[in-house]
Design a protein around this ligand. Structure first.
Ligand code: GRG
Length: 314
């Protein structure tokens, strides 16, 4: 039997207020709502195997921005999707994102000690547990959607398929991570960097937006506009990440600042310099907004998303 992912009136009210608020409140409430769903969908810390579940919760509840769930909720809102239909998919995407961060920090990848303001999983626990925590989060994500009784079978299948593609390969997050590893220490063309970012970071952001549109029963034309919008938003998010790595502090970021240049990563900043990277960000910002102009719906919340992706500090 499916565990209900909102238990009481408080949770239901939270979901309703998400559907009628300004961006800051929207983010805060969306975060509270998805965290409540995550808490229900992930095994308790005292359930066996305890070490694994503690590790999953250590990374999942470490204070991430919950940008992708908020984007999914916001797009769903535009298409009048009932909030309970969006909930498990937002949680699933956050689980996949968290798995990717745990694995990205491993000694065999970025070898980082700090994530979301606390010790990385392999530092706090051990490498094997961190690998398993990431693996389990990925399985739990697909379980959450495939067992979501608020969605019809066809829609569940479509979401599972789209999210699997976005998280995997040949055009998805895992592919992007591999391309990124291969490009490290090399001077690559800006088009190749864009391809890395589209896969590594963009694909999950794009599928978050598309999932909101799919659950909201958007038309194919509307889904295409949302996809084009989210592609630019994803690029903007990543270029801003490159700029923050070069210009912000470890304390503000909650992860190691200056990591990209220290590990000879190809980034917009390393390939083009800070000023040019800002121009690329501004270009994506404008193109994201231009796409929204093509959608004859109230897109003011999504416009605020574009501004917040440009101006984020962490
Ligand atoms: C290991 C399969 C695998 C993939 C890793 C996402 C990723 C791919 C690596 C993370 C490396 C990185 C710093 C990418 C830049 C953009 C990005 C995804 C930042 C982290 O996402 P945020 O800012 O993080 O949404 P929070 O902690 O707020 O959720």
């Amino acid at each position: 039997m499916q565990t209900p992912v909102y238990r009481d009136a408080t949770q239901r009210n939270l979901l309703q207020s998400i559907m009628s608020s300004g961006l800051e409140t929207f983010f805060a409430e969306s975060r509270a709502t998805v965290e409540s769903a995550l808490d229900e969908l992930v095994p308790a810390a005292d359930a066996e195997p305890k070490r694994l579940h503690e590790a999953i919760r250590w990374s999942l509840f470490a204070g991430g921005k919950r940008f992708r769930p908020a984007l999914l909720f916001a797009v769903g809102k535009i298409f009048n999707a009932p909030s309970e239909k969006l909930l498990r998919t937002t949680a699933a995407i956050e689980m996949i994102h968290t798995y990717s961060l745990i694995h990205d920090d491993l000694p065999s990848m970025d070898n980082d000690d700090l994530r979301r303001g606390r010790e990385t999983s392999h530092k706090k626990f051990d490498e094997a547990t961190a690998i398993l925590a990431g693996d389990a989060l990925q399985s739990l994500a697909f379980q959450a959607i495939s067992e979501d009784e608020n969605l019809g079978a066809d829609l569940r299948l479509r979401l599972v398929s789209e999210i699997a593609r976005a998280a995997g390969t040949p055009r998805g997050m895992v592919a992007g991570q591999q391309l990124d590893l291969v490009a490290t220490g090399k001077k690559i063309a800006i088009e190749d960097l864009e391809k890395i970012h589209q896969n590594k970071t963009g694909a999950l952001i794009v599928v978050s937006a598309r999932a909101g549109a799919l659950i909201g029963d958007a038309t194919n034309d509307e889904i295409e506009i949302i996809t084009n919008f989210a592609e630019q938003l994803g690029l903007l998010f990543q270029i801003t990440d490159d700029l923050l790595d070069a210009t912000s502090s470890t304390e503000t970021l909650g992860k190691t600042a200056g990591k990209d240049s220290n590990s000879q990563k190809s980034t917009y900043v390393s390939l083009t310099g800070i000023e040019r990277a800002r121009e690329f960000a501004s270009h994506s910002h404008s193109r994201a907004l231009a796409n929204l102009e093509r959608l004859p719906r109230d897109t003011s919340l999504l416009k605020d998303f574009v501004v917040s992706a440009s101006e984020r500090k962490s």
